[in-house]
Structures are given as C-alpha cells and as structure tokens.
Write a protein that binds this ligand. Structure first.
Ligand SMILES: Nc1ncnc2c1ncn2[C@@H]1O[C@H](COP(=O)(O)OP(=O)(O)OP(=O)(O)O)[C@@H](O)[C@H]1O
Length: 248
C-alpha cells in the first residue's frame, strides 16, 4: 500500500439534524482504488453519509478527513482544489434545466477553467470532442445540443454521469446514480464508473445489491444511521444482507 493517506477517514463521525441523529459513530476508511457500495433501507442515512464525504455537509460529532485533510479547516482556495478532485452526483442531479446538454456536461470542467473561458464556452462550447465522447459512453451522443429540460429522468441521470466523466475526478461520490435507469443501462453506467481509468475511487449508494456485488469491491451496509456491515463485495450474500433490509 502507498504512503499516501486514505482517500476517506471517518472516526466516530455522526450527523444530527436538530434532535434527529441521522448518522452515529461511523468509523470508515476508504483507500485509493476501492469501489464501495453503500446499501441500506430508505432513511438509513446513505445520502447523509455521501454528503459528508463530498464535503456538502459537516459531521456534528467525530472527525472526517478527505485526502488527508479536514474539509472544514481548509481555506476557500484549498476547498476549491479539493472539490476538483471529487466528482459528485446527488439525487437531484444539480443540472441546469434551461441550457443545452453540452453546457451541463462541460460544467464538469469548470473547476479547471478561468471565468473568461467558462463564460465564452456558454456561447461557443469548448472541448466538444471530450463532451461528445462522454455522452457517447452513456448512449447520449445524439443529445449534445438538446435542451436539458426535455430529457427523461434516466437521460438526465446519464448527463450527470457524462459530467463526471469529463471532470476526471480521483474520487466519485454518487448518490443513487442509476435509480432511473433500466437494468442494462444501470449495469453499463456502473461498469463505466468502476472501470474508468481516471476515477480511482468510487463510493456509490445503491438500492440493488446485485449491482453492488457486480461492480464494487466492498459493501458497506447502513441501518438506522450506523454501519452494520462492511465486507468485500463477494461476501455480501443475500443472507448477509437480510438483516440490513429487514423492516423494523
Ligand atoms: N436536511 C435534513 N433535515 C432533517 N432530517 C434529515 C435531513 N436530511 C436527512 N434527514 C433525515 O436523516 C435520515 C437519513 O436520511 P437519508 O436521506 O440520509 O437516508 P437515505 O438512506 O439516503 O434514504 P433514501 O434511500 O430514501 O434516499 C432520515 O430520517 C431523514 O429524514
């Protein structure tokens, strides 16, 4: 193993919303190259965990390090550099509806561009070859100049994946990125993220254990805000997962 710090290190981390404890006492270390699936029932805390990991939420207890740094202690400039290394897909996808698909995909490159280039690209889109290639990888080559608001839910999810692909982040944190896709496309998108030469580490929440086993190396199970399972994907058998999904 290299000397570089883990990509993620959570120690005794928790997150409260008012009096509600969404996550409690999480210990989780993720090393570069791991592909981690986060599973659990609705409300188990998956989105909250991923929001901690992508820097959009802070833990209310315990500690979090991403690439060896506590995001809360970084300067604004250091935070921007950190965000460039993290590609994120949230459940709301964070797409701009009124613009054409090419611009939403190019948003993945904004972290590397200055303001002038970013503004110019809104008139004459930059990096068209790169954008086209990313869209083709998610079967959306035809949608380059479509208005984003006209696309279906599954097509929009794939635009968000194409945005990730052009960003070339070291770490991808994806919250249910295939929830609107048909089974073949869901497998294909996860295969793309898992096999991408630039995405070195993947943390993805899923509702389909079969996809976790097929495309990830490790399965972390959350139940009522706590990690109750943390095994290599091959050991995440139906039996091992039974407790995770049992309704209380
Ligand atoms: N902003 C918030 N304010 C208050 N409570 C919240 C907030 N975000 C999440 N919660 C609560 O925290 C708990 C965990 O929510 P979270 O969205 O992380 O679950 P999840 O496992 O991602 O669920 P799902 O699979 O339905 O997306 C839930 O009880 C939820 O109501």
């Amino acid at each position: 193993m290299s000397d570089s710090p883990p990509v993620i290190r959570l120690c005794g981390a928790g997150r409260r919303f008012g009096t509600h404890e969404a996550l409690s006492e999480l210990d989780l270390t993720v090393h570069a190259g791991e592909k981690v699936a986060v599973l659990g029932t609705s409300g188990a805390g998956k989105s909250t965990l991923l929001a901690l990991l992508n820097g959009s939420l802070e833990p209310t207890t315990g500690s979090l390090e991403v690439f060896g740094a506590n995001p809360a202690r970084l300067t604004a400039g250091q935070r921007r550099l950190l965000q460039r290394r993290i590609g994120s897909v949230s459940q709301d996808l964070a797409l701009i509806e009124q613009v054409r698909v090419v611009h939403n995909v190019n948003a993945g490159r904004l972290g590397r561009w200055g303001t002038t280039r970013a503004l110019a690209s809104l008139v004459w889109p930059h990096s068209l070859d790169v954008v086209r290639d990313a869209l083709e990888q998610v079967d959306l080559g035809w949608a380059l100049y479509e208005r984003t608001e006209r696309l279906s839910g599954g097509e929009r999810q794939r635009v968000a994946i194409a945005r990730l692909l052009v960003q070339e982040p070291e770490l991808v944190v994806a919250d249910e990125p295939v929830s609107s896709l048909d089974p073949v496309r869901a497998a294909r998108v996860l295969g793309l993220l898992g096999a991408s030469p630039t995405v070195r580490t993947l943390i993805v929440s899923l509702h389909q254990p079969a996809l976790a086993r097929a495309h990830c190396t490790r399965v972390v199970g959350l139940r009522e805000g706590r990690i109750v399972l943390d095994v290599p994907a091959a050991e995440a058998t139906d039996e091992a997962l039974r407790d995770l999904y049992e309704l209380v």
